[in-house]
Design a protein around this ligand. Sequence first.
Ligand code: PMP
Length: 322
Amino acid sequence: IRWTKGLGWHDAELVPYAPLSIDPANMTLHYAQTIFEGLKAYRQPDGGVATFRPEENAKRFQASARRMGMPELPVETFLAACDALVTQDRAWVPGSGEASLYLRPFMFATEVGLGVRPANEFLFVIIASPAGAYFPGGVQPVSVWLSEEYVRAAPGGTGAAKTGGNYAASLVAQAQAAEQGCDQVVWLDAVERRWIEEMGGMNLYFVFGNRIVTPELSGSLLPGITRASLLQLAADLGYEVAEGRISVEDWKNGNADGSLTEVFACGTAAVITPVGSVKSARAEWTVGDGRPGEVTMKLRQALLDVQTGAAPDTHGWMHRLG
Ligand code: PMP
């Protein structure tokens, strides 16, 4: 679907996957006015297909657009476009369980020019790809690298938007994590450099026995849809859930005195993944016993059960397509 200043949204089309041709002076290539989303369609037990909370992706896409000086796509148009693509690609939705059809909606400037200002022409596209179970051989804890050198996002910046530049800025830190033998990078706040923000592409949760805490939306971390769903789901399951501030010292001390029992990350791709160990330039420690914790695994199963239709959808999260 195209957007042109003065005309608005126009020319929606569903076409076979193919390369796009780009002018060398396309503004996106130079100034990165680009946003995206990620969501999944799961096969349901009756053979139907459903996407998980697509309205939330549509709303976050609008918020990202506002921050990046881009036009807002109406929620109904976003949903209708996802539905049209999933219906067309229905045969590619895996037969059952945790495997899914992953949808990647995105928007970028198509105007040609080198002036630094918001563009006047954009293209909204959705591509789809089947995605297998994230942990085919059983859930594996990840090891994380606390990045003290780099900052992902600062107050007033674009951290809460799902825009390509945030990911571009994170790549060297992710490469550094890999050099340190870690799977993922964990970001700290930009000002005091002590508050935990989020992991590379996932939000974090800290489990203190029956009390579960996730870093509050500081304005510089992504408001994850899995994160928001777990605030609700964990409360349904009887946990005391809160948004709050967790410092590196809280993490280290809670680990040392045993009050912090589990840490996990959550996001569309892996749903929930346990965090097994932490490393920084100054310290290194194992989280709990380093194995997937009981609360982590219980919440993971509870959320997956809703997504795959094995449990009732009490909050109306599943968007059915026949
Ligand atoms: N943080 C970042 C930086 C991400 O890229 C993602 C993945 N979209 C998340 C958190 C988790 O968000 P969600 O639960 O909506 O997938």
